[in-house]
Design a protein around this ligand. Sequence first.
Ligand code: C2E
Ligand code: CA
Ligand code: CA
Ligand code: CA
Length: 387
Amino acid sequence: MYRKSIAPGIVVFGEGAPADCAYIIERGSVEIAIERDGRLVVLAALGPGEIFGEAALIDDDLRPATATARTELDVLVVPRDAIGESLRASQPDIYSLVTSLLMRLQAVHDRRASPPVAGAMRDDVVRTLTIEGELRQGLDNDEFEPFFQPIVDLDTGEIAGFEALARWRKPDRGLIPPIEFIGVAEQTGLIREIDAVVLASAWKSLASAQEAVAGKKGRSTKPLFLSINIAAENFVDMQLVANVRKLLGTAGFDPSLLKLEITESGLINSPEIAYRVLTELRSLGVSIALDDFGTGYSSLSYLHRFPIDSLKIDRTFVNALASSDRSRAIVRTIVGLGQSMSLKVIAEGIEEESTADMLREMGLQYGQGYHYSMPVGRASMQQMLLG
Ligand code: C2E
Ligand code: CA
Ligand code: CA
Ligand code: CA
């Protein structure tokens, strides 16, 4: 077994290529896709801890799909030969355990293999349709709500604002995290409605929480900013601008306290409209943050072309600060970039005090992460402000 780093966009293996090893993802993500009727169909996106190309461990069929690094990727490469060798050299009970696990894997693999892709795709379509129906119903029944994660001033430790993160409170299932519904919501365009609901509701909750806290403390408190995630699908027309304008009009809040977090994918598909939307938003006084910064393809050209005023350093770099020279170099570079372009820089995914210390030393101003708090509901958010 050995480690390998792969740059974003690089094909780890292609459909139809010979196969002699499996991969375990240590960091980053991989997209598994197949070509059908001249189109690339994405089957899955895999992340840290997940394994891919594992069929190569049990037979020497050709790769059934293409695997592409979506981000900077660190993998452990597991060659089939190495497994065989170390197995033969291992204790008999380990040998029989691993052999039977591999046989079970083989059985699952064979069952899937007929017909390999059609089955998986049909399941996918059924799943998408089911979730789509439930999402529509959820929107009708007001089942979406924001959770709030504090964004902290690293120097003072005080809460500077909150990021709103969508949760789906589904009566028969409880709270559902975005990973389970954002994908389908994006594919169906329903994400636009969800984003609008989260925006309006989070803005209202934060305002009334601050009012309540000021009342209890007998004085007004420092106004907090609100960060909202805006999916790429919102950058096809001016609806988002209309929503934001309406919100600012009715609520009468300071627009500079509203920060919209966008990702590069929102800018790639229709850059002209995205440019118009962002320019309009900026003219309303709203600020724009580039989310997951460092994981995309050409961040720098977007910084140059679009009216962006904050960067959020992706948590994969933040998490690896203590252990990886490269992550430290990347974070330093982003901080420097932010300083020279007068951009605010926010680090996400801070899980340890030591990481916060390092970031502070590097000159970072804002951070968020489990070290400070997980995302919480409205009532706990208000409680947090009182404490
Ligand atoms: P994101 O915008 O990158 O949000 C940060 C995610 O990291 C959140 O996951 C948050 O709970 C999690 N996180 C925060 N601190 C830590 C930490 O210290 N360690 C780790 N491991 N994770 C941390 P969540 O809430 O599950 O949201 C996942 C993604 O879903 C978000 O990633 C965002 O891309 C998307 N999303 C969430 N809410 C909305 C929404 O209202 N609209 C849209 N369009 N997308 C949303
Ligand atoms: Ca975000
Ligand atoms: Ca992020
Ligand atoms: Ca993200």
